[in-house]
Design a protein around this ligand. Structure first.
Ligand code: 0X9
Ligand code: ZN
Ligand code: ZN
Length: 430
């Protein structure tokens, strides 16, 4: 009898222990960015550029937020500040501080009163589960003009969902890919707002926009990464598929498309790099699925737009080289100008610059829009980098969701009108 009691006690203790160990792995801490700073660094020489970008090899301490042809935005961990300052001095470079404490921004990202609300809306950022539930409501509410579709499954087995909006058959097709980069939350917030406007607005311009195009919108392509940014690390960019050759997880999906893959230094072969192209083109289930889906309807698609953030830019092909521009480059610039002019005329006065991707930024090979343009014959293709220009970067406060989305809507209206003018909205194959 005594022995039995003892066994019971041991068993009980063992169970508690197992439970607490289990809990530890379950309730893993969120990554924090207390006193991490973001600097803007202008470089004058290629040497300076190399030295600064080299820092990102120490990827726990230095992370690249954005790069332009003449500057970069670097997030620096507090313990790496002395080394960072020394590196600047040694290379005769100077840095401007844009964000003093990244964690502070993350904590305040969602507006105080919206944070508590459990209603879906555009005053705060929504989780994937909330977006999925909202999509179901929208599909149920507009059954005659919407169709839900599943692009495919992510590495972790989630559905990658999209919505088709069509008021009549035979309309020119517009495809919108959004949130391929996990941390770019403003993109899915804008995409969902756009879906809502297309279906519910009574404005004449918006009604015409909605009803004279067929819309295919994927609000969150990188579903695994997006969930990871909500639950573990707000600043995650890549997919979540592990590597066979490294401890570092994930691939930059916007370097993984099968078009000039890994050419011209437009991507990295280092799995720890934020622009890792993957072990081969379309190694990621997410990009493979999107490309198969787009290829299956390419005859119906006149326009491809990929939503990104940040820097307020409209980028056309090519990304893989700046030595050449596409044959309809002048048209692409004219259409981009229409977007930019219209957005600037709104009371917000927001400035969007435009140009070819490689020309204005840096070479990037294997991007969605280059693939759509080069391999799928979609001749009006853009990456749009939304707000802002660096004061908040990826952690754009939710108060800016609606202004950003309004700009996107008005910009897209102008983009499509100009494309139509230039003859790009005719049926592609007769
Ligand atoms: O680097 C990217 O994939 C995009 N910028 S982001 O900050 N959203 O990651 C830009 C892709 C456009 N093409 C080129 N930069 N060439
Ligand atoms: Zn090539
Ligand atoms: Zn992006």
């Amino acid at each position: 009898m005594r022995l039995y009691a003892l066994f019971t006690v041991i068993f009980f203790v063992a169970t508690i222990n197992a439970a607490s160990i289990f809990q530890k792995t379950e309730i893993q801490q969120k990554v924090r960015y207390d006193n991490y700073k973001v600097f803007k660094i202008k470089y004058e020489t290629e040497m300076q550029r190399q030295k600064l970008l080299d820092l990102t090899k120490i990827y726990q301490s230095f992370r690249l937020w954005h790069e332009d042809s003449s500057e970069c935005y670097l997030m620096v961990a507090p313990n790496a500040l002395p080394f960072f300052e020394e590196t600047l001095k040694r290379n005769n470079a100077s840095a401007e501080i844009l964000i003093a404490n990244v964690q502070d921004l993350i904590d305040k990202e969602n507006e105080a009163d919206a944070r508590a609300s459990d209603k879906f809306g555009w005053t705060r950022y929504n989780s994937l589960a909330e977006i999925d539930a909202w999509l179901d409501e929208i599909l149920a509410g507009y059954p005659d003009v919407t169709d839900g579709f599943v692009v495919g499954k992510s590495y972790e087995g989630r559905d990658i969902r999209g919505i088709k909006i069509s008021y009549r058959s035979g309309n020119p097709g517009v495809f919108i890919e959004s949130n391929i980069h996990a941390r770019e939350w403003i993109t899915s917030a804008t995409a969902t707002w756009l879906i809502n406007e297309l279906l519910s607005s009574s404005d004449d311009l918006v009604r015409d926009l909605a009803e004279s195009h067929d819309w295919y919108i994927v609000p969150v392509l990188n579903v695994d990464g997006f969930v990871y940014t909500h639950e573990k690390d707000r600043l995650w960019r890549k997919t979540r598929q592990p590597s066979n050759i490294s401890q570092c997880i994930g691939v930059d999906p916007n370097r993984n498309y099968d078009s000039h893959w890994m050419e011209n230094g437009g991507a990295s072969s280092d799995p720890c790099n934020e622009a890792y192209a993957g072990p081969h083109a379309f190694s990621e289930p997410e990009t493979k699925a999107l490309s198969d889906f787009v290829a299956s309807i390419k005859d119906k698609l006149n326009i491809m737009i990929a939503f990104h953030s940040y820097s307020q830019l409209l980028l056309s092909p090519y990304g893989h080289t700046k030595d050449e521009v596409p044959e309809n480059y002048d048209d692409l610039m004219q259409v981009a100008k229409a977007y930019s002019d219209t957005v600037k005329d709104l009371p917000y006065g927001t400035v969007y610059r435009y140009g070819s991707s490689a020309g204005i930024l840096y070479p990037a090979s294997g991007t969605t829009i280059d693939w759509a343009y080069n391999e799928q014959d979609i001749k009006i293709s853009y990456t749009i980098e939304f707000r802002d220009t660096g004061n908040f970067g990826f952690v754009l406060p939710s108060a800016f969701i609606i202004p950003n989305a309004e700009e996107a809507l008005i910009g897209i209206i102008a983009l499509l009108a100009e494309s139509k003018e230039l003859g790009y909205l005719e049926p592609k194959y007769i």
